[in-house]
Design a protein around this ligand. Sequence first.
Ligand SMILES: [Zn+2]
Length: 372
Amino acid sequence: MTSHDERVLSLIPYGDATTMSDLVRASGLSRPTVAGVLGRLRAAGSVEEAVVATGSLGRPAKRWRRLPQHGTFGVIALSRDAVRVRVVDGDDRNVAEREQPLDVSLDAQGALAHGHRFLRDCLTELGAPADGLSRVVLGLPCPVGGPEEHPQVRGILPDWVGIRPAERLRSLLPGTAIVVENDANLGALGELAQGAGQGGTDLVYIKLAPGVGAALILGHRLYRGAAGLAGEIGHVQINPMGQPCACGARGCLAIELNIAARHGTEWRHSLPTPAELFPAGETSDPAADRVLHRIGALLGEQLGALANVLDPERVIVSTDTMPPPAVLLDGIRDGIHRTALPVVSDLPVVPSPLGIRAELIGGIALARSGDG
Ligand SMILES: [Zn+2]
């Protein structure tokens, strides 16, 4: 498959259908090129042409839809506080999901055991064979990559040091392809498929929950970087005299965001929970608003620098709570305005409509695509 083929195919949805004009516009390719690509994809059995009645007297529009990949796909999405599993059999209409609260960072065995059991439960619910999974994606809240493509768990997931989760899952699921991916990357893929990234080609996805991670979609594809470690915006140093970070540096953005969060909530005598830190929607507490605006602005200043380099079309922000607080988004916009060139400083900053579910949707999209 050529890069043009992959690009056009990635723009064609599974459930819905899209027109040639939409594909020309979204791909940036010429109409004859897109027509050639569609001919090849149809011959390969990847897409089909559907005539959809428009409901008016005009000609019925020809639309293209992607044929469901044969197979059953699963995702185990691990966040700090829960194990979530989604299994899709054939197309997105046959779906089963499970969820279990768990301190994932302190219980690697439990997280993998729950994930494996939930996969089997979902297969049973869908009436699919127990060994029927074609590909499973494991999402982890840590960087995934480096020379051996392993999760970088030190300082983040203490109970996972020395554990090779992909090998563990392969032994539990013989014959199933296992892909390990960073959680923010899955979130970005989910937003691209069904959320605030639909129709976009160049996106920055931010996950604040309660650490900070970023993922990049460039040219409609997930950008992993040379070693798979792209997106670690939390370890941009913003205060050389700041407190030490688990990465070995000082004053990283993640550390400074934590300090900003603590600073405004010292009266609590404990670290705020994500739900306390990021209340859904509007807040009514001016002190909390100031903290959230400050957190947003610190992050936004780094996003402004990123915008100067990448010129993305939008930033999608996800927090554990839904939707992200409005004052946090305002802070991010203000930060971007301070550091981005005027021509890119009006970069739209939009809330994630999917929240944590983006990782389940993105995991299935990744499993289905065969990437990774
Ligand atoms: Zn750091």
